[in-house]
Design a protein around this ligand. Structure first.
Ligand code: NCD
Length: 300
C-alpha cells in the first residue's frame, strides 16, 4: 500500500500532508498543461469505477494518469458491466483491484468508497460517495484558494445546498485547519447538517450574502443537488434560489474569488464569467495537477 493508503475522507490526511500535496501539484502544472509528459507512472494502470455521472472528476483523473505516463481503464455504464447481472460491488472491486494499481470510485451511496477499500488490494480513492465526502475535490479547492487568493485569513462564504453537497462536507473539514472565518449561506431546508458544526472551534455563522459580500475573499457556490432529494416537491421549493449575477457583486471586495466545483445549473449567471472574480474554470483545470500529485503519491 502507498504512503497514504486509501483516500476516503479528507480526514485521512494531516495538514502537513495536505500542504505537501499542494506543493507537489505546483510542480506538475507544466505537465498538466501538456507541455511535456512525466514518466513516473509508466506501466501503471488506474481503474475509474463511476456509478454516478461525472465529467471533470473522471476526465481529470484520466488526464492526470496519462500525463504521468500511466494508463486508465474505465467502468462507466453499469448496464454494460456485470453489475447489471447482479454482481456485488465487493466482487467487482476484488476483481478490478487485481487488474490495476489504484482504483477511483464514485457511487451514490455514502460509505461505498470505504467499503470498496476494505475489499481492495490496491489504494482506493473516493471520487464522491453520495452526500458524504469528495476529498480530491477538496484538495483542488484548497489549491485554488492558495493560488488565486490565500490560505491565510480566509473569509469564506459557502453558499447554496450545504445539506447534500459532498464538496462542502469535505472542504469545511479541511478549512478548519487554516483558521478561517466561515459564513454559511443557504435556504433553511438546505442548512449544513449539525454533525459538521460539531468539533469546529473556528469562527462560523449563518448569514445572507448581502450582509457579508464586502467582507469575504472567497465565495464558494454549489449546485442544488437535485439527485439527492428524497422527493421532487422538496427540490422544486428550493430550485432556483440562491443565485448570483453581477449585481450581487456590486459591493464585493476587489480581490474576491468565486469558486464552484461545477457543474453549475443557474446559480451563477453567465454575466459573472467575464469578471476577474470568476475562478471556477481555472479551479476545474487545477484538478489535473492536483490529481497528478495525488496519484504520484498513492501509486507505487
Ligand atoms: C461535484 C460532485 O460531484 O460532488 N462535482 C464535481 O465533482 N466537480 C459537485 C456537483 O455535482 O454539484
Amino acid at each position: 500500500m502507498s504512503r497514504f493508503g486509501h483516500l476516503i475522507s479528507i480526514d485521512d490526511l494531516s495538514k502537513d500532508e495536505i500542504l505537501y500535496i499542494l506543493k507537489k501539484a505546483e510542480s506538475f502544472e507544466p505537465f498538466a498543461k501538456g507541455m511535456d509528459k512525466s514518466r513516473i507512472l509508466e506501466n501503471r494502470l488506474l481503474a475509474n469505477l463511476f456509478f454516478e455521472p461525472s465529467t471533470r472528476t473522471r476526465m481529470s483523473f484520466e488526464a492526470a494518469m496519462k500525463g504521468l505516463g500511466g494508463d486508465v481503464i474505465n467502468m462507466t455504464a453499469q448496464e454494460a458491466s456485470s453489475v447489471a447481472k447482479g454482481e456485488t460491488l465487493a466482487d467487482t472491486v476484488r476483481v478490478v483491484s487485481r487488474y490495476v494499481n489504484a482504483i477511483v470510485i464514485r457511487h451514490p451511496l455514502e460509505g461505498t468508497a470505504r467499503f470498496a477499500a476494505e475489499n481492495s488490494d490496491v489504494p482506493v480513492i473516493n471520487a464522491g460517495d453520495g452526500a458524504g465526502q469528495h476529498p480530491t475535490q477538496t484538495l483542488l479547492d484548497l489549491y485554488t484558494i492558495n493560488k488565486e487568493s490565500s490560505l491565510k485569513n480566509i473569509k469564506i462564504a459557502l453558499m447554496g445546498d450545504l445539506k447534500y453537497s459532498r464538496t462542502v462536507h469535505s472542504l469545511i473539514k479541511a478549512l478548519t485547519l487554516f483558521n478561517p472565518r466561515i459564513y454559511l449561506v443557504s435556504p433553511d431546508s438546505l442548512r449544513l447538517p449539525e454533525e459538521f458544526l460539531e468539533g469546529i472551534d473556528g469562527d462560523i455563522s449563518f448569514a445572507s450574502l448581502g450582509e457579508i459580500i464586502d467582507e469575504i475573499n472567497v465565495l464558494y457556490m454549489t449546485r442544488i443537488q437535485k439527485e439527492r432529494f428524497p422527493d421532487e416537491e422538496e427540490y422544486r421549493r428550493v430550485a432556483g434560489s440562491y443565485k448570483i449575477d453581477v449585481n450581487s457583486l456590486k459591493n464585493a471586495r476587489e480581490d474576491l474569488i468565486i469558486m464552484h466545483p461545477l457543474p453549475r445549473v443557474d446559480e451563477i449567471h453567465h454575466s459573472v464569467d467575464g469578471t476577474p472574480h470568476a475562478k471556477y474554470f481555472q479551479q476545474a483545470f487545477y484538478g489535473v495537477p492536483v490529481r497528478m500529485a495525488i496519484l504520484s503519491e498513492m501509486i507505487e
